[in-house]
Design a protein around this ligand. Structure first.
Ligand code: KG4
Ligand code: ZN
Length: 350
């Protein structure tokens, strides 16, 4: 018998996503976002996000099924993000996932959101080599990870951010620059005609695999304030900020690959959509003889397909399903891809 169709549900922040994956193949997916409802507040409002998920979750699953040419009863397992993320938002996805798993009598898997970002790449480029180096750069996290078998092995953290995440830095500086939310894509666009060497922004924590972006954020804000009353050379500021972030991220990732003798670097998460992060990673990996894998843009940002991809890996690895009293874990550390006691001993103690 082949492996089952896995439905993945993602609702950790402002995107409601559903995806269907079987045997490593993406069958279909759908996504909707409440981003516009948050834009006037300059950031995600948890209560608004949770309410939007309530309205979106059923139609999004329906659309993913239609895109795959499948029906509800074709689903053989359900995977859902249980953390990290906004509590109210996570609850909605988990409730939907439980309802479907219970009514169909199929297994349920609780998934770590960041493992989803890692697995997203397998939908485009096939199974991950063991080991591989993974740089996760999202709005909430920045981590450099040594990944072996994503479905079975613990994930080793070589470095994490000590303060702001890379995406957070883009979002916050964009506000100071007068750019719209979300800031990352806006900075990317504004940087197009800028000179990346116009402003020399700091590259903190050289020599460590940890990251720190709050000093860079402050430096960029100071630079903007220094132009009060004059026109801000926005393109140059954006290009220089982007260069600093891309430089720090790719320099450390390539150094980690070299030190650990790892031949593949995978760059995932929303900030992997950044044009300079991508081009500098290509350049430096090529020079270092490292294979670079970056998912296509629509799989970099939050989506349901990536959660289904983790579920599919767990199913095929023979992982223990989650109990139906599975609960959310809004600040779950990334230790294992699955987020329930059966595979995460640390989770059992919390
Ligand atoms: O992974 P993601 O969709 O959500 C989280 O789990 O956080 O990442 C969202 C982050 C936001 O901070 C957004 O500004 C950033 O990714 N982002 C970008 C770009 N596209 C999205 N940052 C820089 N350049 C981009 N093109
Ligand atoms: Zn994410």
């Amino acid at each position: 018998m082949g492996s089952p169709v896995v439905l993945g549900i993602e609702s950790s922040c402002d995107e409601t996503g559903a995806g269907l994956v079987r045997g490593g193949q993406l069958l279909g997916q759908a996504m909707t976002s409440s981003m516009e409802e948050h834009a006037r507040f300059g950031g995600v409002v948890p209560e608004i996000a949770a309410r939007a998920h309530v309205h979106a979750v059923r139609p999004v699953i329906q659309r993913a099924l239609e895109e795959s040419g499948l029906r509800l009863r074709d689903i053989g397992a359900v995977a859902v993000t249980v953390g990290p993320g906004l509590a109210g938002a996570l609850q909605v996805g988990l409730a939907g996932a439980k309802a479907i798993a219970y009514s169909l009598g199929v297994p349920l898997y609780g998934v770590h959101h960041l493992a989803g970002h890692v697995a997203a790449d397998t939908l485009e480029h096939g199974p991950l080599p063991d080991p591989c180096m993974v740089l996760i750069v999202s709005g909430r996290h920045t981590s450099l990870l040594l990944v072996r078998d994503l479905a079975r092995d613990p994930i080793v953290h070589l470095g994490d951010t000590r303060d702001d995440a890379a995406g957070e830095c883009f979002d916050k500086v964009a506000r100071v620059f007068g750019l719209p939310y979300p800031g990352g894509p806006a900075v990317d666009r504004a940087a197009r005609d800028g000179n990346p060497r116009a402003v020399s922004f700091p590259r903190p924590l050289a020599g460590s695999y940890d990251f720190s972006f709050s000093g860079l954020k402050t430096a960029a804000a100071r630079w903007a304030e220094g132009h009060a009353g004059r026109e801000l050379p926005l393109a140059d500021g954006a290009a220089s900020l982007q260069e600093a972030v891309a430089d720090v991220l790719t320099r450390k990732a390539v150094a980690a690959c070299r030190e650990h003798g790892v031949g593949t670097l995978v760059v995932v998460g929303g900030v992997a959509a950044n044009s300079r992060v991508r081009s500098l990673a290509v350049e430096r990996c090529r020079r270092a003889g490292i294979e670079l894998r970056v998912p296509p843009l629509q799989l970099c940002t939050d989506n349901g397909a990536m959660i289904a991809a983790v579920g599919d890996l767990l199913v095929r690895a023979g992982a223990e399903p989650a109990p139906l009293d599975l609960s959310i874990d809004p600040s779950a550390p990334l230790e294992y891809a699955a987020l329930h006691p059966a595979t995460s001993p640390a989770g059992a103690l919390r």
